[in-house]
Ligand binder design. Structure first.
Ligand code: PRP
Length: 175
């Protein structure tokens, strides 16, 4: 993919500011509590690593992995668990950290799984919300950016073939 074909959608500076503000809000929401933060892999790794550093709380980290897109740009509609947690979540305050909600299928699947483990509370934060893509109703507590119905990648999200997760900005292909 040539860089001339890419259009900058959200800059690293805008992301940094949005994530810092979210971290401050979460710090006050969870004040005095011990929290289990679960980045949803793979896409959520970069957002989560910046977010936890902007939260002044006692945090444990667990990981969940889910995949439904494979190397395609459209959801297969079939979500697979690719990695599971190691700590019991029963009775814990859990914060699920996701890069993007599109159809909602991934979050619906993962939230159901976490709830079946009876946490004391579950909140979900997403960096990007592509509302136009929604196929199922899903609860999202905090959204950093609403985005249009375009295929985006960078800052943890991959382009077809699994590349470009390491970009600092979020980009799309020029139409
Ligand atoms: C992407 C993204 C979200 C999900 C959102 O994951 O990271 O988890 O799709 O789409 P949805 O709302 O339509 O379910 P993907 O399956 O590409 O796996 P990855 O995180 O490993 O890239």
């Amino acid at each position: 993919m040539r860089s001339d074909d890419l259009e900058l959608l959200i800059t690293s500076g805008e992301i940094e500011k949005g994530v810092r503000e979210l971290g401050a809000r979460l710090t006050s929401i969870y004040s005095g509590k011990r929290l289990v933060v679960i980045p949803l892999l793979k896409g959520g790794f970069m957002f989560a690593s910046d977010l936890v550093r902007s939260m002044a709380l006692d945090i444990q980290i667990e990981f969940l992995g889910a995949a439904s897109y494979g190397e395609q740009t459209r959801s297969s509609g079939e979500v697979r668990l690719t990695l599971d947690t190691t700590l019991p979540l029963k009775g814990r305050d859990v914060l699920l950290v996701e890069d993007i909600v599109d159809t909602g299928l991934t979050l619906a699947y993962i939230q159901k799984l976490i709830r079946s483990r009876e946490p004391a509370s579950l909140r979900t934060v997403v960096l990007l919300d592509k509302r136009a893509g929604r196929q199922v109703d899903v609860e999202v507590d905090e959204v950093v950016f609403d985005i249009p119905d375009r295929f985006v990648f960078g800052y943890g999200l991959d382009s077809p073939g699994g590349f470009h997760r390491n970009l600092s900005d979020i980009v799309t292909v020029k139409e």
